[in-house]
Design a protein around this ligand. Structure first.
Ligand code: ZN
Length: 58
């Protein structure tokens, strides 16, 4: 039986709608990690403490 990549719990392919994750929660956790890496680009200078007013949202 395959295992959930997040919590290593056994995943039943036939009864689990959230495969390969054991549950929706783990699915979101993995998705969150993925997005975090995607957005957190390495080529991004970190603003010093007190700085960082760079919001231009319309
Ligand atoms: Zn899980």
């Amino acid at each position: 039986m395959p295992q959930c990549p997040v919590c290593d719990a056994p995943v039943d392919l036939q009864t689990t709608p959230t495969v390969p994750f054991c549950c929706d929660r783990c699915r979101l956790i993995d998705l969150g990690r993925w997005l975090d890496e995607s957005y957190g680009l390495p080529e991004r200078p970190q603003p010093g403490p007190g700085e960082g007013g760079d919001e231009d949202e319309g």
